[in-house]
Design a protein around this ligand. Structure first.
Ligand SMILES: Nc1ncnc2c1ncn2[C@@H]1O[C@H](COP(=O)(O)OP(=O)(O)OP(=O)(O)O)[C@@H](O)[C@H]1O
Length: 252
């Protein structure tokens, strides 16, 4: 079988010796990771190891106490970072799709492109409709969030983030709040993005999905990177006892 890698040599994101504390307790303890354009990195680790915190630091939602984060060489840890601009380059989707309840699907999606990015409504609308079509929800464009299932809301949240044309997408347990039958439809959207070469950092507890989507698995334990491996290697022969214990819990 010929495997075509969509990962380029171009470095997009560099995390260097990142340290994060909450109330004097170290939660991220010297995390270093380089992500290339087009790469899909899945972050795994036991509950409380710091996965969500790491994504939140990358998106400027948490201040850090040490180290650096660089996006295309530009540091994101100083006090002068323009987060409004930077967040347009780093899209994030959370467990709880926070769509505005009083706005329709299309209004939710167009808010960022038209208000923040000041793009023309016609141009943003064209892109939004294309993206909605791609996730199979074009007919829901005028629905309100309360009229959608959890899986549909989560796909809309992904479209909303994509419509800002980010360079990288962060996904934080986006299927954790969904009923099992809706998990697949959301994961398929993310798999589709991977095939199109979107750079992504994904936190998930879905091991089958992690194996299918990842170029690299990063296993974190107690705030440190314990292991970085290709998925085949990680799932068949993890190098550390902690990773083996973690996989045993998932019976994987
Ligand atoms: N706002 C906060 N204030 C204080 N401590 C926090 C805060 N947010 C997270 N923590 C702590 O930081 C540690 C890492 O939390 P984080 O949510 O990043 O873990 P996680 O690996 O994503 O866990 P899970 O898989 O359960 O979601 C935990 O010990 C958590 O209790």
């Amino acid at each position: 079988m010929i495997t075509i890698s969509l990962t380029s040599n171009e470095v997009l994101l560099e995390i260097e010796e990142l340290r994060k504390e909450y109330d004097g307790t170290t939660v991220l303890d010297g995390i270093s990771l380089t992500v290339h354009k087009g790469e899909v990195v899945v972050i795994l680790g036991p509950s409380g190891c710091g996965k969500s915190t790491l994504l939140r630091c990358l998106n400027g939602l948490e201040p850090v106490q040490g180290g650096d984060i660089r996006l295309r060489g530009n540091s994101l840890t100083g006090s002068t970072v323009n987060w409004q601009q930077t967040r347009q380059q780093i899209g994030m989707v959370f467990q709880n799709y926070d769509l505005f309840p009083h706005m329709t699907v299309i209004e939710n999606i167009l808010l960022g492109p038209t208000k923040v990015q000041q793009r023309s409504k016609a141009e943003a609308l064209e892109q939004a409709l294309q993206l909605l079509d791609r996730v199979g929800l074009l007919e829901k464009k005028d629905a309100y969030p309360r009229q959608l299932s959890g899986g549909q809301k989560q796909r809309i949240a992904i479209v909303r983030a994509l419509c800002m044309n980010p360079e990288i997408m962060l996904f934080d347990e986006v299927t954790a709040a969904l009923d099992p039958e809706m998990v697949r439809e959301v994961l398929e959207v993310i798999l589709g993005l991977a095939k199109q070469g979107m750079t992504m950092l994904i936190v998930t507890h879905e091991m089958g999905f992690a194996k299918a989507v990842a170029d690299r698995i990063v296993f974190i334990d107690q705030g440190k990177i314990c292991e970085i491996a290709e998925p085949e290697q990680f799932f068949s022969q993890p190098q550390t006892e902690r990773a083996q214990q973690f996989l045993n819990i998932f019976q994987y």
